[in-house]
Design a protein around this ligand. Sequence first.
Ligand code: ADP
Length: 248
Amino acid sequence: VEAELMRAQRLESLSLLAAGLSHDLRNILQPLLIMPELLKARTDDPQLHHLADVIAECGRRGHEMAESMLSFVRGSRTPSERIQIAHLFEAMELLLRSTLPARVSLHLDVDDPALAVDANYTELQQVLLNLALNAIQAMPNGGRLTLRAMADPDAHGQDWLRISVTDEGVGMSAEVLSHLFNPFFTTKANGTGLGLISCKRIIEGAHGSIRVDSTPGVGSRFDLLLPMREEPAEDAPLQQPVAAGSGQ
Ligand code: ADP
């Protein structure tokens, strides 16, 4: 019981800290939302345009993350929206390629370009980034990092979207697997042990689940399962490119 209490208190102080931080962060990141566009207007260099896009995407992500951290701490639910998986994967590729160490090769694969799901875009991106960064860290000697999305109907006729993040890294022992989603559990010298618990919270908030499959010395696969709704008639035009809306 004492351990539970200590954990609750640590989480409580963490929330307070998060509230303060996210409030300031929102303001600090404001210029990153505007200035990359100003920079792009001043040059035709495609490489500089690409760099400005990466900066803008990071700024947008940070800003929305601060927003959702604030609403999490205040106890309100983050709004969900229709997310085209192909579009989400494009943004992931942009972010990952800009930080990927040379030893790791990245593979993204969307089974069907029409795949879509209702969730909070920034939160889902955050989950995938957490999993991808863990995967990269698990491959000190290199290997393949694969993100794949596919429809996965279950035996009860319910349609699920499955997103898997697979690495060829060190894998996990049964011991590590059993503590994986405990807050503050980490095997890294400078880890926080908060990555996977926050992934789980986000995915369960979207009525989904996370599964893990891992073999020591071979690698790990994290599967996200999210409920796929029927396509709403009104949103039909969203089927095709929507890049103008949320990304840039
Ligand atoms: P952190 O990354 O700060 O340690 P996480 O909650 O993201 O926190 O991860 C907890 C632990 O789970 C990690 O320290 C690591 O031992 C293990 N882990 C997570 N992902 C992987 C992976 N892809 N391969 C091997 N171990 C992993």
